[in-house]
Write a protein that binds this ligand. Sequence first.
Ligand code: SAH
Length: 227
Amino acid sequence: MRIDIITIFPEMFEGPFKHSIIKRAQLKGVVEINLINLRDYATDKHKRVDDYQYGGGSGMVMMVEPIANCIDDLKSKNEYDEIIYMSPDGELLNQKLSNHYSTLQSIMILCGHYKGIDERIREHYITKEISIGDYVLSGGELGAAVFTDSIVRLIPGVLNDETSALSDSFQDDLLSPPVYTRPYEFKGIKVPDILLSGNDKEINKWRTEKAVERTNERRPGLMDGSC
Ligand code: SAH
């Protein structure tokens, strides 16, 4: 899979993309992540990418030309399944969306800043808008990193034990059951004996029961699809 991210702060991705699973996925060649600096497409000598809002008011707006030039250039070199803008008023990200995006070949992600981007980019170039939650971030980079991480780990071949993604929360509209590791006893609290029984059938039954119990307690709407 190819993920091209347009940003004015490429350095912000160094932490999240250079460690752990997402780093391994790139080294394995399962995913190629390219960071494109929007300033390289600025049209003036100061590399300006933002300007004052028409109609007045506080906050700058990201200009149409640098973004349009950048997207046109990328589109002339590659095909994209979706051109995504990270935006608080986009579709709320969830595991179903991440599953869907993990099956695509190539996506472009645009990170906004300031008051956002000129509306004409959204109308003419963007095919999908995604929000990572009902709160406002300073820029799209953290959102793009969250979105990218959530899809890359689902691409076949990325996790060593692929079933571990399948048993994660949300994958089957259930939250995850509790998990334990050594020691067997900590401050008087023991690991449930069933997990030491070696009986896979009973262990799976227990895990499902616990997952249902937890989902009922914390996210009852998940099971009937109401939230
Ligand atoms: N004025 C806008 C917010 C702009 S925040 C509004 O009220 O809707 C600046 C940038 O941060 C946005 O362009 C977007 O790319 C990113 N951003 C902010 N909150 C986000 C969220 N919840 N999910 C995804 N991206 C977000």
